[in-house]
Design a protein around this ligand. Structure first.
Ligand SMILES: *[C@@H]1O[C@H](CO)[C@@H](O)[C@H](O)[C@H]1NC(C)=O
Length: 223
């Protein structure tokens, strides 16, 4: 069994304010969101937020693989599974050999003109080969935008990616020490002018990289 455990919070950063040195922020997802199943279910749905239990990998998402345990932490568990029907993605059949867990925020997130979004999470992520835990944003309508605020592709590294098109993405893979411990990730998206969003990524409080996403301002995102 492989585990992905996390706690999260999200803020809406203010648009240009009358008092320049005073930053205003609105809480979109409170830090207490995983304190109980009731609180979790207020903010999140089971499986993928666009509906459905499969995507582009070899696992089917299953509510039974999602738990609030211990309180304050969401835990997703992956396990081998037999006799699963294949998934279909982009016209291709993908064999399903695992059951796993996914959750999506009920609300959609949008970088407003002049404003931004800030996501933070504390994560315990497996780096076992074949696993792909991820904490990410993707377009509600069409694609991209996609911002991979953190993903682990079973290589032992942690990856941060921002897509302009499927063939044009900024990617940054860095060492991921001590996968057996919780790490913090933070991602800030800010209107940078001209429809471009500046995306900054942090790992354990250290800024890792800055990317820019074209035509990201005003686009609704799933978490
Ligand atoms: C994506 O678009 C932004 C805005 O035009 C640009 O700054 C960035 O370099 C582009 N990324 C890639 C990988 O070309």
């Amino acid at each position: 069994m492989h585990f992905f455990s996390l706690s999260v919070a999200a803020l809406l950063l203010s648009t240009a304010s009358a008092t320049p040195h005073h930053k205003r922020a609105t809480t979109l997802i409170p830090k207490t969101v995983f304190d109980s199943t009731a609180s979790f279910e207020q903010y999140f749905t089971y499986n993928y937020p666009w509906g459905g239990t499969t995507h582009n990998g070899g696992a089917r998402m299953d509510k039974a693989h999602v738990s609030i345990s211990p309180p304050g932490t969401l835990t997703l568990t992956a396990q081998p599974a037999k006799n699963q029907p294949p998934a279909t993605h982009a016209g291709k059949q993908i064999p399903i050999n695992y059951l796993s867990g996914a959750v999506g925020a009920k609300q959609h997130f949008t970088v407003p003109t002049g404003g931004g979004l800030l996501f933070s999470a504390s994560v315990l992520a497996t780096t076992t080969k074949g696993t792909w835990p991820a904490f990410w944003l993707t377009a509600v309508s069409g694609w991209p935008p996609e911002v991979d605020m953190a993903e682990w592709k079973g290589s032992g590294k942690i990856s941060f990616n921002t897509f302009n098109t499927s063939s044009s993405a900024q990617t940054k893979d860095v060492a991921y020490p001590d996968p057996g411990a919780f790490h913090t990730v933070k991602c800030q998206l800010r209107d940078n002018g001209g429809g471009v969003v500046q995306v900054k990524y942090w790992l354990d409080g250290t800024e890792v990289t800055t990317h820019y996403g074209r035509d990201y301002v005003g686009k609704e995102l799933y978490l």
